[in-house]
Design a protein around this ligand. Structure first.
Ligand code: PMP
Length: 301
């Protein structure tokens, strides 16, 4: 990880090396923190943050789901995020806001534990590389929607994602795919999945997944390109038989899937529709498409 200068902690910017917490931080033990992953991109007008408001809204939604009262307003966190990118002179990279139950209370009930907030930023290139990826279905399923609030981004959920990632990476694959409790396709450990079949785009419905902000953006782009999009239950066979498949996510952006469980998907990855969506998405995030300029927050404005 490339260090930057400053991390925003509870209202002020502190040097990177001083952004520390106590070992008895509640979230470190029990996982009831909430976080976001956001990207900022280089544009002609300087750094621009992609869908900042949507990410901060989701952060507050996630906090509500664990009854966490963030001691800052939504607007203050938006402002702090912009300030952190600016003060670090970050041109392009990753932004990680996290709110967590802090030091001073142990035991499962976090009530009366302090709530701490930090925002770190660092340069970060593509997450899954620029090539199409080889994916394997994990033996772990995505957390049951009745075991948790699946559409919240809660720290502890990521043990599920990490188990799936470790399993498939140890077996030589690039990324995992998790099914839901009914055996339907859910998502990757940190990505949503889409397929293309007969020129139509399909993706699993919300329910067991984290319905991503990139997923919503891609759905919008597909509609604008006059490509039909449907949310639908998908089985593994639907992915094996697809013409194209791709992951979406803040980290993964739009990443083509070459194969699933050693079965090649379509004729060549990336396929034509994946390429079209990816190119449009990458133009937008780099501020090259006026129509979608309101998806970006320019830090110098
Ligand atoms: N699913 C999971 C489990 C994730 O962690 C992420 C990354 N936040 C996504 C999907 C994609 O969401 P987004 O497009 O909002 O980054």
């Amino acid at each position: 990880m490339k260090e930057t200068k400053l991390i925003w902690m509870d209202g002020k910017l502190v040097p990177w090396k001083d952004a520390n917490v106590h070992v008895l931080t509640h979230t470190l033990h029990y996982g009831a923190g909430v976080f976001e992953g956001i990207r900022c991109y280089e544009t002609d007008k300087g750094a621009a943050i992609f869908k900042l408001n949507e990410h901060i809204d989701r952060l507050f939604y996630s906090a509500e789901s664990v009854d966490m009262k963030i001691p800052f307003s939504n607007k203050e966190i938006v402002k702090a995020t912009i300030q952190t990118v600016k003060e670090n002179d970050l041109k392009a990279g990753y932004i990680r806001p996290i709110c967590f139950f802090g030091y001073g209370k142990m035991g499962l009930n976090p009530k009366s534990a302090p709530v701490n907030t930090s925002i770190a930023v660092w340069p970060w290139g593509s997450y899954l590389g620029d090539q199409a990826v080889k994916v394997k279905t994990s033996k772990y399923i995505r957390i049951h929607p009745k075991s948790a609030v699946s559409d919240a981004k809660i720290v502890g959920f990521y043990a599920n994602s990490i188990l799936a990632s470790i399993e498939v990476k140890n077996a030589g694959y690039d990324e995992a795919l998790l099914l839901d409790y009914e055996g339907n396709v859910a998502e990757g450990p940190g990505e949503n999945i889409f397929i293309v079949k007969d020129n139509k785009i399909l993706t699993p419905q919300a329910g067991s997944i984290l319905p991503g902000i990139t997923r919503a953006s891609v759905k919008q782009l597909a509609k604008d390109l006059n490509i039909e999009v449907e949310e639908k239950e998908l089985k593994l066979e639907d992915i094996y038989d697809a013409d194209e498949a791709f992951f979406t996510g803040t980290a993964a952006e739009v990443t083509s899937i070459e194969s699933l469980d050693n079965k090649k998907i379509g004729n060549a990855a990336p396929g034509p529709i994946t390429t079209k969506i990816k190119e449009l998405f990458m133009d937008i995030v780099h501020g090259k498409n006026e129509k979608y300029n309101n998806w970006l927050t320019y830090v110098n404005e």
